[in-house]
Design a protein around this ligand. Structure first.
Ligand code: 5RP
Length: 227
């Protein structure tokens, strides 16, 4: 990651933390931009901000514990006021690819439960057409070879996500296939097609799940409503 990209992530994270209001139940995403956001949010909590967070990963939960951000789980809430997360790609209609950090399933569940979803990105994440970033597809372990066959039949090049030579296992106990699409002309249709494969739990296409985009370009931060 370049120094500029890192600075932009930090600025976007700080700006997003300022959007959180007293009393909110907030979905907390996963990733390096989210980590900057959580550090800013943690400072506001130390200054007296009263919020409760619902984390999208074990990593985010661990950081929240360190920072003194109180957490809740789904058993104790019907819905969230806001969810705040990063993205791997976002297009002009605010459709996204997420899941580079492997937390796509919980991120999508949490975003779907929120009244308002804020996405924070550095400028490199904005694209005309989704698909350069490999699309993560979360699949169950049992019979994963069958799911892989179906993806192959669709003509999609993919790779099993690995960590130290072994399949990466999500917080939900599943595998991830990273699918190299290059250009996704109809994200809505592809989302439905992939999720229609038995054994696919979900995929990293986030359709109509961003209401506000916080984007940092150099030292400028813009907060944009969904077009
Ligand atoms: C994790 C995600 C992240 O939001 C996405 O990968 C962006 O991460 P980063 O902020 O580190 O660039 O979807 O599953």
């Amino acid at each position: 990651m370049s120094e500029q990209q890192n600075t932009e992530k930090k600025l976007a994270g700080q700006a997003a933390a300022a959007l959180v209001q007293d009393g909110m139940l907030v979905g907390l995403g996963t990733g390096s931009t989210v980590n900057y956001f959580l550090h800013s949010l943690g400072l506001r909590v130390k200054d007296g901000l009263k919020i409760k967070g619902l984390p999208t990963s074990e990593r985010t939960a661990a950081l929240c514990h360190e920072l003194g951000i109180e957490l809740i789980d789904f058993a104790s809430v019907d819905k969230l006021d806001m969810a705040i997360d990063g993205a791997d790609e976002i297009d002009g209609d605010f459709q996204m690819i997420k899941g580079g950090g492997g937390a796509l399933l919980r991120e999508k569940v949490v975003a779907s439960a929120a009244d308002h979803v804020v996405i924070m990105v550095d400028a490199s994440k904005r694209v005309k057409t989704l698909g350069q970033f490999p699309l993560p597809v979360e699949i169950i372990k049992f019979g994963h070879q069958q799911v892989e066959r179906r993806i192959q039949e669709m003509g999609i090049p993919y790779a099993m996500r690995l960590v130290e030579g072994q399949p990466y296992v999500t917080d939900n106990g599943n595998y991830i296939l990273d699918c190299q699409m290059d250009s996704i002309t109809d994200p809505r249709a592809l989302n439905a097609q992939l999720n229609g494969i038995t054994g696919v739990v979900d995929n990293g296409l986030f359709i109509d799940l961003c209401h506000t985009l916080v984007v940092a370009t150099g030292d400028q931060v813009e907060t944009l409503p969904k077009p």
